[in-house]
Ligand binder design. Structure first.
Ligand SMILES: Cc1cc2nc3c(=O)[nH]c(=O)nc-3n(C[C@H](O)[C@H](O)[C@H](O)COP(=O)(O)OP(=O)(O)OC[C@H]3O[C@@H](n4cnc5c(N)ncnc54)[C@H](O)[C@@H]3O)c2cc1C
Length: 274
C-alpha cells in the first residue's frame, strides 16, 4: 500500500488492566455502603406500589428502591424493550479479543516499558487497534473494531465473523513486518461483545415513559466505554440521586449529546454531523 498515513500521538495516554480495575471497584463499593450481588439475572423492572422501582430476578427475588440504574451492556435493548416497550438502537455485535504471539527476540520492543504505544489505525479498509504487550507476556493484543450483529443469548462464539481474523493478520504483516507471528492465526481468541449505537456515542439518559426519572440508562458504549467507567458512573449516580448530573454539567460536559431522543426521526443520531 503506497501513499502516506496521518498520525496523532497522545503522550498522556495509557493502558488499563480491565480485570484489575473491575476487581478494585467491586472491593471499594462495599466500603462506601454498597451491597454487591454477583450473578442474579434481572428479568423485570416495574413501578413500585407506592412509587419507586421494583427489580425482579430470575430466582424470584425482588429488590425495591427509589431509583434504578440499568447498565446491562449488550443486553440493554432486550431488557428495556421487555420492561418498557421502548426500542433503543443499541446493537450487540459479536467481536473477538485476538492475542498474537510475538516473534522470538522481539518481545521486549512491543511492551509499554520499551515505549510501544496503544494505537488505533483507521486505515481503510479496516479499523485495527492494539495495546502494548502486557497481561500475557510474549503475546500482543491486536484486534479489529466491530463485528457482525448478534443475539447476546445465542451467538456463535468461535468465528469472528467472515474473514476478519485473516484481514488483521494481513494488516500486521503489512504494518508490523517481522515482529508478530501471523502464520497459523492468533495464539488465542476470546469472544466478546460490543453494544453499538449508530453514531458510536453513548446512551446516558432517564428511561422516561411510565418510569420517568426513576430509571436511568447507561449503555451503548460502542467499544470505547471502559476508560469512561468512573466518570459515567458518577454521572449516572448523580442523575439517580439528584435528578441531574450537576458535576459534569459544571465541568462543561454536554450531556444532551447522549440523550435517547437524538435518534427521534434521525436514525444516525450525532453521526449526521460527521
Ligand atoms: C474486545 C473489546 C475491546 C474493548 N476495548 C476497549 C478499550 O480499549 N477501551 C475502552 O474504553 N473500552 C473498550 N471496550 C468497551 C468496554 O468494554 C465497554 O464499553 C464497557 O465494558 C461497557 O460497560 P457496561 O457496564 O456498559 O457493559 P458490560 O461491561 O458489558 O457489563 C454489563 C454487565 O451486565 C450484565 N447483565 C446483562 N444482562 C443482565 C441482566 N438481565 N441482569 C443482570 N445483569 C445483566 C452482564 O453479564 C455484564 O456483566 C472494549 C470492548 C470489547 C468487547
Amino acid at each position: 500500500m503506497g501513499g502516506w498515513v496521518a498520525a496523532v500521538s497522545e503522550r498522556g495516554s495509557g493502558v488499563l488492566n480491565a480485570t484489575e480495575a473491575v476487581r478494585m471497584f467491586q472491593a471499594l463499593a462495599p466500603k462506601k455502603g454498597a451491597v454487591v450481588r454477583d450473578n442474579p439475572e434481572v428479568v423485570g423492572i416495574r413501578k413500585g406500589p407506592e412509587g419507586g422501582v421494583v427489580v425482579e430476578t430470575s430466582t424470584g427475588e425482588e429488590f425495591s428502591g427509589a431509583k434504578c440504574v440499568v447498565t446491562v451492556g449488550a443486553w440493554t435493548s432486550k431488557l428495556v424493550k421487555s420492561v418498557a416497550g421502548v426500542d433503543l438502537p443499541i446493537q450487540p455485535l459479536h467481536t473477538m479479543v485476538l492475542y498474537w504471539r510475538i516473534k522470538p527476540g522481539r518481545e521486549r520492543e512491543l511492551t509499554a516499558e520499551a515505549g510501544f504505544p496503544t494505537f488505533s489505525s483507521y486505515c481503510a479498509p479496516h479499523f485495527v487497534y492494539s495495546t502494548p504487550s502486557l497481561e500475557r507476556p510474549g503475546m500482543i493484543k491486536i484486534n479489529y473494531h466491530g463485528g457482525p450483529p448478534c443475539d447476546p443469548d445465542s451467538r456463535e462464539l468461535v468465528s469472528g465473523g467472515g474473514n476478519v481474523v485473516e484481514r488483521v493478520a494481513r494488516w500486521i504483516d503489512e504494518f508490523m513486518p517481522g515482529r508478530v507471528e501471523t502464520a497459523g492465526g492468533p495464539a488465542d481468541r476470546l469472544p466478546c461483545m460490543y453494544s453499538m449505537t449508530p453514531d458510536e456515542d453513548f446512551v446516558i439518559d432517564f428511561l422516561g415513559g411510565e418510569f420517568g426519572e426513576d430509571v436511568v440508562i447507561g449503555a451503548g458504549f460502542s467499544g470505547h466505554g471502559f476508560k469512561m467507567g468512573p466518570a459515567v458512573g458518577s454521572i449516572l449516580a448523580e442523575m439517580a440521586m439528584d435528578g441531574e448530573a450537576r458535576t459534569a454539567a459544571e465541568a462543561g460536559v454536554e450531556l444532551g449529546h447522549f440523550r435517547i431522543n437524538r435518534f427521534d426521526g434521525n436514525p444516525m443520531g450525532n453521526a449526521k454531523d460527521l
